[in-house]
Design a protein around this ligand. Structure first.
Ligand SMILES: [Zn+2]
Ligand SMILES: [Zn+2]
Length: 419
């Protein structure tokens, strides 16, 4: 069995790992490069690169497996040749379908608007091409092969690709329904962690899962995002506790967080409850991901992952002015936030910045998406409350000790990071 890391050994994200035998091969992730990590490419470059990978080392049986729905792992799925099956968890497929469904809706509105106006043909063509891209992704997502999350204490089902056996295991990361894989072929066993952590609400399963299934491992492929940072990550529960504390001190609290991170959303919700504040969202995306999380996980989590936020509109303004609120928003909601902010006294308003700090500190990131920084700058009062979606050094060392593999390959790490 051969392992080839196409991308990821010396960069965070843009991961592509190939595992092959004489007759078969599987790829784990086909991710897009992140703004400051690795070569910056155009969509045409990306397509060429994917096709070049598929034209070499061809095998009779081929498939792609995705660990989770972040762009740096799944971002190139639209370029995979049609005849190669692609596998992802049900949750990953649903989150991507919500995202691209709403993007097509927005793009289609824009095309209709431009059609009525006197816009340049370039502007119109751009809008049409965004619409086509989003629609194509929605169509491809309908064709994905999916696996369902294994019920607690049940053994996960394996998927066969020729003579390679792949078994997915549920994982804790900063996006819902992330997975690790056991890959078996030619009498060898590989464990691919994907992105993971132990310090989330869903992280307590990590060590028991490894203990039970990651046995006699020849090669452990682990992520190493946090290797250059020595600090221990705080638990999601403690993020929630700190949030409750500051939420009590301000009448109007905005929280900048990701719509796909079920655990952070739960931390915010718990904090809002503890502070006695009603929760609002201002994007359809967040409303829809929360409904999906509630449906999937609300009951089995005894309500921790059940969300009933109000989708903000002007009608709620008087109630908000009277009673205060917690409003969760994503970075793309800048305009809506600005509108609402005009109505509220700044001295009673707080922004909890609950996202990675690189989005506003790192110039490359700001160039790629300026909204995080711009939203921060709209507020007089800002508090940073966040914990990483990635394993800290202590957890990575613990995982290696627990799995005790013959060989460790560390991916998704900075070039000069060392184990
Ligand atoms: Zn990643
Ligand atoms: Zn990730």
């Amino acid at each position: 069995m051969n392992i080839k890391i196409h991308r990821g050994l010396d960069q965070i994200g843009g991961c592509i790992t190939e595992i092959s035998t004489d007759t078969s091969r599987v790829f784990i992730d086909f991710g897009q490069n992140l703004p400051e990590c690795g070569e910056q490419t155009t969509p045409e470059d990306d397509e060429q690169m994917v096709l070049a990978i598929f034209s070499q080392n061809k095998k009779q049986h081929e498939a792609v497996f995705y660990t989770h729905g972040h762009e740096d792992h799944v971002g190139l799925f639209e370029y995979i040749p049609d005849k190669v099956p692609q596998y992802m968890s049900e949750g990953t497929m649903k989150l991507l379908s919500i995202k691209y469904g709403l993007l097509s809706e927005g793009a289609s509105l824009k095309v209709n608007e431009l059609r009525k106006q006197n816009c340049t043909s370039e502007e119109y063509d751009d809008a049409v091409s965004s619409l086509k891209k989003a629609e194509n992704k929605c169509k491809l997502l309908k064709r994905m092969c999916i696996w369902k999350r294994t019920a607690p204490r049940k053994v996960p089902k394996s998927i066969l690709v020729g003579d390679i056996k792949v078994t997915p295991f549920f994982n804790c990361h900063s996006i819902y329904d992330s997975h690790m894989f056991l890959i078996e072929a030619d009498g060898k066993r590989i464990w691919h962690t994907g992105d993971y952590r132990e310090h989330g609400y869903m992280g307590k399963g990590l060590i028991p899962t490894l203990k039970r299934y990651a046995t006699h491992i020849d090669t452990l492929i682990t992520e190493g995002t946090m290797l250059k940072r020595e600090d221990k990550c705080i638990h999601e529960r403690d993020v929630s506790g700190k949030m409750a504390h500051v939420m009590r001190a301000f009448k109007y609290v905005f929280v900048l967080a990701s719509a796909t991170d079920i655990e952070r959303l739960a931390a915010i919700k718990e904090a809002a409850n503890a502070a006695g504040k009603r929760m609002y969202v201002c994007s359809k995306f967040m409303k829809q991901t929360m409904s999906f999380f509630t449906e999937q996980e609300g009951e089995i989590s005894h309500g921790l992952f059940a969300f009933r936020p109000k989708l903000y509109n002007q009608r709620f303004l008087n109630g908000i002015k009277r009673n205060g609120m917690v409003m969760i928003a994503g970075a793309s909601q800048k305009d809506r936030l600005q509108e609402l902010l005009k109505e509220l006294p700044q001295e009673e308003t707080l922004l909890i910045y609950s996202s990675w700090d690189g989005y506003y500190r790192n110039p490359e990131q700001v160039k790629a998406n300026p909204f995080y920084k711009e939203i921060r700058e709209m507020f007089h009062n800002v508090v940073d409350l966040h914990t990483s979606g990635h394993a800290d050094r202590g957890t990575i060392e613990n995982v290696i000790k627990m799995v005790n593999p013959k060989e460790v390959i560390c991916i998704h790490k900075e070039a000069d990071a060392e184990l």
